[in-house]
Design a protein around this ligand. Structure first.
Ligand code: G4P
Length: 548
């Protein structure tokens, strides 16, 4: 087992008494990095904010997400987000709690940006799924969850809004199991809901945490913990609730899934906690459970070898590129997940894909609602590096003697295609630059005819809202207006390098194109065309996503 080996390795290093090394190991051991997913309005922003509140990163709730009109304050880098009230981009926040250093990666709630969610999940070691207790599994939860399972990471469930009328907790857990195909295990259990919400029963400690609603949840709440047979509790709960709780506990022990940490870490069993983010209830218990079940930063693979996060050599990869972080300067920031070693500001690294050494000067980290200059960061952390246009999604930077690249982040197959042209032909340069830059950030995918120029570009997107983002950004950032013509393609397949496309036997409506990296691919209008291509051309390998 790889993790065991790494731990033994670490143990020997500590025996050697290398103090500098052991300080470094302590820092990495403190790190926990997770993504947070939910259907819009389930309470992701509120929960994130309450984590920050408990971590002391903010003094009062309400600072990250203001009132409705200033919603998504942390990520309102784009007008379109504000107009539509959706979060297009994801942000990263760091806070400390009980000696841990926790990185939260927010994900866009809209399914049209599920590719962005996938990339964000690539940077996370586990995910927290927030579910509205009155609604259960919703459309977006389903879609985002699917993306989560592609990564096989542990998923922790927080069932939120217990202070409102909620559905039956058994039903909710069953729905998660059936709709999402993951086993669940209740870590705690709610006593009533809505006006009758009395708190949760902690199954491990066999204790009850009483719900004491205060002041709209702006400050941390006092907790009252009681034993199950505490006469005060028996008094406080009416007979019906007390008896129901007793039955529930018995039933859970007999019929519920047993807790199994191995399964949790394999992403096959999701621990479930109940609470109410708005009133701060259940946040701390959730954090505590979560922290005992999650691991230190996980090792990452280069395809040939595994990189130990505790190795002193620094390595990181780009999972996200974000333009317009600062409207005044129109800058681009490349977000890196640090996979091993320690980052120090100004350090020199080797950029594998660029094939040269570069200095990492302008580095940022998000703490609560502020972006701060970061001087040091460790494996598990996320840093934003100013990008003069040299980085692409998936790029690797390293400091060690051996040069390597982490396994690429797959590109999702786009499902919608349009041909775009520049309205004003005099602005060709801006048009090409804009489209290429936006494609490099991974916000769209672009294709051109084999050997063709950039006058007409085929744009492929996973969700149609991405077209809107493209049009909006070209107009606002590059002063370019486009003519967009929808194309009938529905399926896309990459072909293996070296395959001669001209000799292929294809249906007449199949289009041969190349992507930004010069890889060849085929666009089909229907499934029949895909089948024709593979049946009529023996040995032709059609790939559903590009690994580069
Ligand atoms: P999201 O990021 O997942 O989209 O959800 P968000 O946190 O913005 O929460 C959506 C709405 O649900 C907000 O109300 C928020 O106050 C409310 N909410 C979140 N957690 C709880 C909870 O535990 N209990 C209850 N009762 N409500 C909760 P809003 O009216 O849309 O916004 P606001 O005016 O309160 O800011």
């Amino acid at each position: 087992n790889l993790i065991d080996k790494l731990i033994i390795n670490r143990y020997y290093l500590s025996l050697q008494g290398d103090i500098k090394m052991s300080e470094f190991i302590k820092e990495v051991e403190k790190r926990r990095t997770f993504a947070i997913i939910s259907h819009p309005d389930a309470g992701k922003t509120t929960l994130t904010e309450k984590f920050l509140l408990y971590g002391g990163a903010i003094q009062q709730a309400g600072t990250v997400k203001g009132k409705k009109n200033s919603k998504h304050a942390t990520s309102d880098w784009m007008e379109i987000e504000k107009q539509r009230g959706i979060s297009v981009t994801s942000s990263v926040l760091q806070f400390n709690y009980n000696g841990f250093c926790i990185n939260i990666l927010d994900t866009p709630g809209h399914q049209d940006f599920s590719e962005d969610t996938y990339r964000t999940l690539m940077a996370a070691d586990c995910a927290v799924m927030v579910i509205d207790a009155s609604k259960g599994v919703e459309e977006q939860t389903r879609k985002l969850f699917k993306v989560c399972t592609m990564r096989n990471i542990p998923i922790f469930t927080f069932i939120n809004k217990m202070d409102r009328e909620a559905r039956d907790p058994y039903q909710l857990m069953e729905e998660i199991e059936q709709e999402l195909g993951i086993d669940t295990c209740a870590v705690n259990w709610p006593i009533g809901s809505g006006k009758e919400f009395k708190g949760v029963y902690e199954r491990n400690d066999k204790e009850i945490i009483r719900f004491i609603p205060v002041d709209g949840g702006r400050k941390e709440v006092d907790t009252k913990i009681m034993k199950f047979d505490d006469p005060e509790l028996v008094n406080e709960l009416d007979d019906e609730l007390y008896n129901k709780l007793q039955d529930d506990i018995e039933l859970l022990d007999i019929a519920g899934n047993n807790f199994d940490l191995e399964k949790v870490r394999e992403g096959k069993l999701s621990p479930v906690c109940f609470g109410s983010a708005l009133t701060n209830f259940g946040i701390e218990p959730f954090l505590k459970h979560f922290l005992t079940m999650t691991t230190t930063p996980l090792p990452r693979s280069t395809g040939e070898k595994i990189i130990d996060p505790f190795s002193e050599d620094f390595s990181a990869f780009v999972f996200k590129i974000q333009a317009n972080m600062n409207k005044a300067h129109r800058d681009r920031m490349a977000f890196f997940r640090i996979c091993s070693g320690k980052f120090t500001k100004g350090m020199e690294v080797y950029h594998y894909q660029g094939g040269r050494k570069i200095k990492l000067n302008q580095s940022k980290q998000l703490m609560a609602d502020e972006r701060q200059e970061v001087d040091e960061a460790y494996a598990g952390d996320i840093i934003g590096i100013f990008d003069p246009g040299i980085f692409s999604i998936g790029d690797t930077i390293t400091t060690g003697k051996t040069k390597f690249a982490f396994e690429g982040i797959p590109t999702f197959a786009p499902e919608h295609f349009s041909l775009i042209r520049n309205k004003d032909t005099m602005k060709r340069k801006q048009f090409v630059k804009g489209v290429e830059q936006i494609a490099k950030e991974g916000a769209i995918q672009i294709f051109t005819e084999l050997g063709g120029g950039m006058e007409e570009i085929i744009v492929g997107v996973v969700g149609v809202l991405q077209f809107e983002v493209l049009e909006h950004r070209l107009k606002n950032e590059y002063n370019v207006e486009i003519i967009k013509q929808p194309l009938p393609y529905q399926y896309i397949r990459w072909v293996k390098e070296g395959c001669d496309l001209s000799s292929l036997n294809l249906s007449s409506d199949t289009k041969k194109v190349q992507d930004l990296k010069g890889q060849h691919l085929l666009l089909f209008t229907n499934e029949w065309g895909v089948r024709w291509a593979s049946e009529k051309n023996s040995g032709l390998e059609l790939l559903e996503f590009s690994k580069n």
